[in-house]
Write a protein that binds this ligand. Structure first.
Ligand code: SF4
Ligand code: SF4
Length: 195
C-alpha cells in the first residue's frame, strides 16, 4: 500500500490513522511511501512482530538522539563534574548517572531512552536540545508506552524494551519498584564495603 504525502493535510491524516495501520487489519499489508520524513515510521509499520517493532522504534529513537548530540559535551563535563556539580562545588561526580548501577569509567554501559531525553535547566540554558515533536517515532507508541518512555530512568535497554512490550501499567510499576529496591540495596552494600 502506497502512502502518498503531498501536503501537510496528508501528513496529519497519516498520523491520525497510525492506530489503524498498527492494528490487525493491516497485519498483512506492506507499506511504501514517497515521503522521506515518514520512512522510519513506515519501516516500523512493516515490522509485524510487536516485540521486533518496539525494539526497532526504541533503537531508532536512541540513535536519533545520539546523532543530534554527537560531538557535543552538552553537560559540560570537566574532570567528571557536570555544569551543575561544578556550580554547586560539591564532591559529587558523574552528573545524573552518579547513583546508577549502569555507569562505568567509560560512561553508560547501556542505552536508555529516558536518560537520553533528559536535560536539566542548566543544559537547556546553554544549548539547543532535541524536542519531542522531532521524535516522530514516538507517535507509534501508545499512551502507556509514551509515559514509560519518558520516565524509565536507570533501566537497561533490554529491560526497557520489555517494559514497553508488557501491556500493563501495574506490572511495569511492580518491576520499577523491584528495580528501585535492588538499586537501593546495592548502593547500601557498596557503602558498607567501602567503610
Ligand atoms: S543533565 Fe544537568 S544535572 Fe544531569 S549531568 Fe547534565 S548538567 Fe548535570
Ligand atoms: S542508564 Fe542513565 S543514569 Fe544510568 S548510566 Fe546510563 S545514562 Fe546514566
Amino acid at each position: 500500500m502506497k502512502i502518498e504525502i503531498k501536503n501537510q493535510k496528508d501528513l496529519d491524516l497519516f498520523y491520525r490513522k497510525l492506530w489503524l495501520y498498527k492494528s490487525l487489519f493491516y497485519k498483512k499489508v506492506t507499506f511504501e511511501t514517497n515521503n522521506k520524513s515518514i520512512k522510519p515510521i513506515v519501516e516500523a509499520l512493516n515490522i509485524k512482530r510487536r516485540k521486533q517493532r518496539i525494539t526497532y522504534i526504541y533503537d531508532k529513537l536512541c540513535k536519533q538522539i545520539d546523532d543530534f548530540y554527537k560531538g557535543k559535551n552538552i553537560c559540560g563535563f570537566k574532570n567528571g563534574k557536570c555544569y551543575v556539580q561544578q556550580k554547586l562545588k560539591n564532591n559529587y561526580i558523574n552528573g545524573c548517572c552518579r547513583f546508577c548501577l549502569n555507569q562505568s569509567s567509560k560512561g553508560c554501559t547501556t542505552s536508555n531512552l529516558t536518560c537520553k531525553l533528559f536535560t536539566c535547566s542548566e543544559v537547556e540554558k546553554r544549548c539547543k536540545i532535541i524536542k519531542l515533536e522531532e521524535l516522530k517515532l514516538l507517535k507509534l507508541l501508545n499512551k502507556r508506552q509514551n509515559i514509560i518512555a519518558k520516565t524509565n530512568y536507570f533501566t537497561k535497554r533490554e529491560t526497557f524494551i520489555n517494559d514497553l512490550y508488557i501491556s500493563s501499567f501495574v506490572i511495569w510499576e511492580m518491576r520499577q519498584l523491584f528495580r528501585i529496591i535492588k538499586i537501593y540495596i546495592k548502593i547500601r552494600l557498596l557503602k558498607v564495603s567501602f567503610k
